[in-house]
Every structure is written in C-alpha cells, then in structure tokens.
Design a protein around this ligand. Structure first.
Ligand SMILES: Cc1ncc(COP(=O)(O)OP(=O)(O)O)c(N)n1
Ligand code: 3NM
Ligand code: MG
Length: 208
C-alpha cells in the first residue's frame, strides 16, 4: 500500500461553501500528499454523497491524490475510492474492514491510547486523533486534547496519526513534534481566501 498522504482535506458541504473549488485549488499544490475525505452533512442523501465522491475521485486521479469517504462505506465502494473513515457512531472498525476489504485505507477516530490500540487491532490503517484544538466546524466534541494528547496516542500505535480539530499551518509543527504523520483540516482551507496558498503553507509545515 502506498504511504498515506500528510494533508487530509475534508470536504465542507455547509451552505455557502464550495468544496470542489477548494479541491481544485489544493490539488496542483499538494498532489499525492493530498488525501481528500468526502464528508457530507448527516441529512445529505446517499445520491448527493455519491455524486460528490464520484467527482472527487475523478479530480484526484490525475494527481495521484487519495479519495476516502467518511461514514458511508457503500458510497466509497460505489465510486472506487481508496477507502473510508469511521468513528464512534459509524460501523465498528472490524465491520468496516470487512466491508472495504483487506487492501483499503481505513481510518478510525481515536481520542486516547486505549481506543487507538483497539481500533488498530480491529483493522484501522490510520487514526484521526482529536480534537487537537477548539473548532467551530463540528459541535458536541470533547475538550481539545492538544499536542500532548496526540503524543499519547502516537506513542501507543504503529499506524499514521492524523491530527484533526482547529488545525492551521501554525499549529502543525507542534503536532508533528508530538508524532502526528499529518493533519486533517476543514476550515483552514474551506474558509481561506486563497486556498492554494494555504495549501502550500500547510504542505511546507508538514514536509519540512
Ligand atoms: C481524519 C478524521 N479524524 C476524525 C474524524 C471524525 O470522524 P467521526 O468521529 O466519525 O465524526 P464525523 O466526521 O463522522 O462527524 C474524521 N472524519 N476524519
Ligand atoms: C469532523 C471533525 N472531527 C473532529 C474530531 O475531533 O473528531 S474535529 C472535526 C472538524 C475539524 O474541522 P476544522 O479543521 O475546521 O476544525
Ligand atoms: Mg463518522
């Protein structure tokens, strides 16, 4: 399996956002370092998720970027995405692995070392770890775990750790120093006035 990209762009499908425009700006900059996670609102239909994921797969292909689908693994299979991401309210990791198959990329959300080790034992190939910092993108999350929380998880597993939650280019060095392989962002790119430039700043922070 090729190594996992370090910059995970999670689609922002809230009203007024344009996830495909952000993706078109980020792809030529991040290329194969980009992992695009197609994440739609809970009330989106499967058809809407499928159409977005299908377009994302097509945009990613020429750049060697990876497309994953959040939660809806049947959509991941339908569009031939590289894999998916599951959390506490989704299919259990072992079941998700059975659905996607042995070779797929499978991410799982983990917030502490015990849950992280269990997710890896069940078949996760990377972990989304957070929230690292305060975020306004998703409600109902526990308190931020900071770089120290990322360090605790990264020390407990041997799969890539992707730090998520309020991440900006400025916060990347501390997260990398804590053992994160990469970061996942929504707002940093979706709300950027210049997503290509912000992508370059994130990539520089992730790869220097
Ligand atoms: C990289 C990454 N990490 C964590 C999450 C959160 O997943 P989950 O807990 O299932 O919450 P939703 O995103 O489904 O609301 C993620 N999507 N990606
Ligand atoms: C979807 C999601 N999951 C999180 C978790 O900690 O599980 S934080 C988050 C939102 C991340 O958005 P932003 O980069 O705008 O803070
Ligand atoms: Mg989920």
């Amino acid at each position: 399996m090729p190594s996992l990209g370090r910059l995970h762009l999670i689609t922002d499908t809230r009203p007024g956002r344009d996830p495909l425009a952000v993706l078109r700006a980020a792809l030529p900059v991040a290329r194969a370092e980009l992992v695009v996670q197609v994440r739609v609102e809970d009330d989106a239909t499967d058809r809407e998720a499928y159409e977005l994921a299908r377009r994302v797969v097509g945009l990613c292909r020429p750049y060697g970027a990876t497309c994953l689908v959040n939660d809806r693994l049947h959509v991941a299979l339908a569009v031939e995405a590289a894999g998916g991401h599951v959390g506490a309210e989704d299919l259990p990791v072992a079941a998700a692995r059975r659905v996607l198959g042995a070779d797929a990329v499978l991410g799982a959300t983990a917030r502490e070392p015990g849950g992280a080790a269990a997710a890896v034992a069940a078949g996760a190939s990377y972990l989304g770890v957070g929230p690292c910092h305060a975020t306004t993108t998703k409600a109902g999350l526990p308190d931020p775990i900071g770089p120290a929380g990322v360090r605790a998880v990264a020390g407990a597993v041997d799969v890539p750790v992707i730090a998520i939650g309020g991440v900006t280019a400025a916060s990347v060095p501390a997260l990398r120093a804590a053992g994160a392989h990469g970061v996942a962002v929504v707002g940093a790119l979706s709300a950027s006035p210049d997503p290509a430039r912000t992508t370059a700043e994130l990539i520089e922070a992730l790869t220097c």
